[in-house]
Design a protein around this ligand. Structure first.
Ligand code: HEM
Length: 411
């Protein structure tokens, strides 16, 4: 295998990226990936250093679009263009980012998260109750989609019953993100779905302006009204959309990847059963071992050097989180899944100013699921009709099973 074999948009690479990362780390720690027109960094130290330096590695959507390096806005349909134009927080740099982040981070404080635990536990128990005592089920349908989407919908104050719509819209937004890069051009079916999503959220926001409630959308509406110019109506909508998507796809993937890893490592599942106090550690190890977010993009504003090789100014940079988390320079025996691992410092939630806002929430959801599920598990395996090769979501930088059929025996 050669560094040039790393083609992140090819299903072969997407399905099993780790051997490619190893080649990149060893042979080409700075590698230009033609398929996504970006310099890929694959070593922990380099990815970490880039994340720590937002003054040079910009997240601003303007660079991504104006440079036409990755996305050619002129080729996109109206709704997709509108979405890219109004995206907030994750695609802004300081000082805009700093102001927005301080506004929204209150909603995700450690105290708020702790307050949510009983509700998350009750939802988890209800979903687990519906599983067969002894039999087979599909994880996404039964647990890993409804749990995070219900939690974030309740937080925002949108109707959890519409979770099928949120899921569809959210998938379409994520797909639009990939297609902008891979097959630029208008995509009418996604346009219709994005319009539906936008109109729905605009309706909810308008309702909260007139009739405030005790929910996150009302809080955001209120602070944007108090501090004029902070969030335009379009940006407010865009932020709510970001939360609905971020609060959904990634945690679903963490739950899926975590359970796949446990099935493949039964001795680690046995350890967890014996020592439930290892659960929080196991969550961190699941994040490190098979991260739901495999890569992030930045735009370099000046020439920089990593591992002795140059990343030129004004280029797209791909930070391979999934590779950094398996760098043997940072983690002992990184290919081993070990629920008792003491080394911390994975970067699955990113690092620095854009560190994932929902990290505490998704950790909490994963921990509660393991706390509720593991003690009841007499047996966990792939279902008889689950293909040996897991079918992964069709996305180069988000990793999780598209479907996962499991067999259980519960106490
Ligand atoms: C396992 C689950 C999750 C993973 C792996 C994950 C991963 C990430 C990563 C890697 C970033 C950094 C992006 C960057 O630096 O460009 C990020 C940012 C973000 N995440 Fe998450 N995320 C998860 C769950 C969530 C949840 C549940 C929410 C919301 C409820 C959320 C909301 C956000 C937001 C708003 C940002 C942008 C923060 C900023 O730019 O300041 N994430 N996430």
């Amino acid at each position: 295998m050669q560094p040039c074999d790393y083609k992140p948009l090819d299903p072969k690479v997407r399905n099993a990226p780790y051997p490619y990362y190893q080649v990149l780390r060893e042979q080409a720690p700075v590698h230009y990936v033609e398929q996504v027109k970006a310099y890929a960094l694959s070593r922990y130290e380099d990815v970490h250093a880039a994340l720590k330096n937002p003054a040079v590695f910009s997240s601003s959507r303007e660079h991504f679009t104006k440079s036409n390096a990755l996305i050619d806005l002129s080729k996109l349909g109206e709704e997709v263009k509108r979405m890219v134009d109004s995206s907030v927080l994750v695609s802004t740099d300081p000082p805009q980012h700093t102001r927005l982040r301080s506004l929204v981070s209150r909603a995700f404080s450690a105290r708020r998260m702790a307050d949510m635990e009983p509700r998350i536990r009750a939802l988890t128990r209800r979903l687990l109750e519906a599983l067969p005592r002894q039999g087979e089920f599909e994880l996404l349908e039964a647990l890993s989609v409804p749990l995070p989407i219900t939690v974030i919908a309740e937080m925002l104050g949108v109707e959890p019953e519409r979770h099928h719509d949120f899921r569809r819209w959210s998938n379409d937004v994520v797909n639009a993100g990939t297609r902008m890069i891979t097959r630029p051009g208008p995509f009418p079916e996604v346009e219709a779905s994005l319009r539906e999503f936008r109109l729905y959220l605009e309706g909810v926001i308008a309702e909260r302006r007139v009739e405030p409630r005790d929910d996150l959308i009302t809080a955001l509406v209120r602070s944007s009204e108090e501090e004029e110019g902070l969030l335009s109506a379009e940006e407010l909508m865009s932020f709510v959309r970001l939360l609905l998507i971020a609060g959904n796809e990634t945690t679903t993937n963490l739950l899926g990847n975590g359970l796949i890893t446990l099935v493949k490592n039964p001795e680690q599942l046995a350890r967890l059963r014996e020592k439930p106090e290892l659960v929080p550690n196991a969550v961190e190890e699941m994040l490190r071992y098979d991260s739901p977010a495999q890569g992030l993009f930045r735009f370099s504003l000046q020439d920089m050097e990593f591992s002795g090789q140059k990343v030129p100014a004004r280029s797209m940079v791909l930070l391979l989180l999934g590779s950094a988390n398996r760098d043997p320079r940072r983690f002992t025996e990184p290919e081993r899944f070990d629920v008792g691992r003491e080394q911390t410092g994975h970067i699955s939630f990113g690092y620095g100013i854009h560190f994932c806002l929902g990290a505490a929430l998704s950790r909490l959801e994963m921990r509660v699921v393991l706390e509720e599920l593991v003690p009841r598990l007499k047996h966990l395996d792939f279902a008889s009709d689950q293909p040996e090769e897991v079918e992964w979501v069709d996305n180069a930088f988000l990793r999780g099973p598209r479907r996962l059929r499991l067999a259980v025996e519960l106490a």
